[in-house]
Design a protein around this ligand. Structure first.
Ligand code: TYD
Ligand code: MG
Length: 462
């Protein structure tokens, strides 16, 4: 095998340079050039090697209809919610990237998965570059699982692979990929080049040996550089942990999955003995909802296929600034700014004189347009200082002309609202006309933003 070749690649324009440069001579970007190693298997010019399972096997051309379905070998992780996000368990030889903020629970869930597999008789290698074996032992004691896992405090890629070849584990956990470095690269551990190269080597190893691999990656404060984002295309499955560190609730979101559903969400609660499945997240999310307080509206959101009732909160307070503030948490800030302009224009609320804070309680992130109506209800309620009816939920997309548009999964949202005892749903009129509501739920069809304000006034928000 020829020695790997080192090149310097601009992350902006992909130009290759023979040496490191502070500024790319092609596109002019500063500090965008990073070192990369090109492995010995050099693809023909213009072609790409793929790291997907079986993709690089080669073979005769055949009609797609004649290709037999591949039976995937899956192992349950011991957590129902995680298995659902994965599509039924960990696939043999697959590489899963688990990203998230520090302290969110990545190491905890990794040790729990490792513990479950080890108890079922599998060999599990837990490579720890972050914590000492003693610290891991403390965690395992606390979790009551994971003591059968083999711990390797090591950060050198070549050593890790050598140990893996000796132990032949069925699962390798690398905690975290940012601490691993290859001897073949001169750049520092945690740099884009190192992280990408090490992940690619571990992926090749996983494919060649059938060892499932779980890579843990921190989301860096700057967002993307050297964080899990640069690895998303290398691995098979990408999961992100979300949640407010202050609350016990954790959401595990599948953003890429070669072997299962994407956008599926698993809900966990972080307790004294680690993470446990949460079957009824809506109840927990709404447990602390204040009743009869202005600025709070309940939204039945759908994550993947899963309905979740979340509380949208808004606070409109008179501003002394020439440019009033628009602050959001857990919601798209541009969307919220547009919605406040719409309500200004269509309902004459004079929000441009107010600072506006809008958030989703419980650390949940909601990006879907169906949240519009709930955001508006919370804003209107706060601006007028009158609570929305406590037994109501709101969903629907709002257009620039103030019209309320239909959204997907209306039945699922309504069923979840009815299950939790809500009596009214404010929703797009077109949906209200089409749908048979679940027992106990009354539908209030809203054609446009002005009608929402009127309907709220009728039910108490004047
Ligand atoms: P950890 O898994 O170390 O986070 P990460 O690897 O993502 O950085 O989890 C850290 C937090 O979880 C820490 O604040 C303590 C808390 N925790 C519990 O509440 N219960 C538990 O059983 C464990 C192991 C951790
Ligand atoms: Mg950790």
């Amino acid at each position: 095998m020829a020695r790997p070749r080192t090149v310097f690649v601009c992350q902006q324009c992909s130009a290759q340079h023979a040496k490191w440069l502070g500024r790319c001579t092609e596109c002019g970007a500063w500090e965008s050039v990073v070192e990369e190693t090109q492995r010995a298997v050099v693809p023909a010019a213009g072609s790409r090697t793929s790291l997907a399972v079986g993709a690089a096997r080669g073979g005769a051309p055949q009609r797609l209809g004649d290709v037999a379905h591949e039976q995937r070998d899956r192992t349950g992780s011991g957590l129902i919610e995680l298995d659902r996000v994965l599509g039924g368990g960990l696939v043999r030889g697959s590489v899963t990237l688990l990203g998230g903020d520090p302290g969110i629970g990545k190491s905890t869930i990794a040790l729990q998965i490792g513990g479950t597999l080890a108890q079922a008789g599998a060999r599990v290698l837990y490579v720890s570059g972050e914590e000492s074996p003693e610290q891991l032992k403390l965690r395992a004691d606390r979790l009551g699982t994971g003591l059968e896992v083999t711990v390797l405090p090591e950060t050198c890629l070549e050593e890790i692979l050598a140990v893996a070849d000796r132990l032949e584990p069925q699962l390798i956990v690398v905690d975290s990929i940012q601490t691993v470095h290859s001897r073949e690269l001169t750049s520092a551990a945690g740099s884009v080049a190192q992280v990408r190269e090490c992940a690619a080597s571990l992926t090749t190893h996983a494919k060649a040996t059938g060892r499932s691999t779980l890579l843990i990656g921190h989301v860096t404060r700057e967002g993307s550089i050297a964080g899990p984002r640069v690895l998303e295309h290398v691995v098979d499955t990408v999961l992100y942990f979300e949640g407010d560190p202050g609350s016990g609730l954790r959401l595990l979101r599948g953003v890429k999955n070669r072997f299962g559903p994407t956008n599926e969400v698993g809900v966990f609660e972080m307790g004294e003995a680690g993470l446990s499945d949460v079957a009824n997240p809506s109840e927990i999310l709404l447990a602390e909802r204040p009743r009869g307080v202005p600025g709070s509206a309940v939204l039945p959101t759908v994550e993947g296929t899963r309905p979740l009732l979340v509380e949208v909160q808004a606070l409109a307070s008179r501003s002394v600034l020439a440019m009033p503030r628009r602050t959001t948490l857990g919601l798209d800030s541009n969307r919220t700014a547009v919605l406040s302009a719409i309500v200004d224009r269509r309902a004459g609320l004079r929000l441009f004189e107010h600072d506006l804070f809008v958030s989703v309680a419980g650390g949940v992130r909601v990006q879907e347009p169906a949240a519009d109506l709930a955001i508006l209800a919370a804003i209107v309620s706060s601006a007028r200082d009158v609570p929305v009816p406590p037994d109501a939920v709101f969903f629907g997309e709002v257009g620039l002309a103030g019209e309320v548009r239909a959204v997907r999964h209306a039945e699922t949202r309504l069923k979840e609202a009815a299950k939790l005892g809500f009596a009214r749903a404010f929703l797009p009129e077109i949906t209200a006309r089409r749908i048979e509501p679940p027992a106990g739920l009354r539908l209030v069809g809203i054609p446009a933003v002005g009608d929402l304000c009127a309907a709220l006034a009728d039910s108490g928000v004047s």
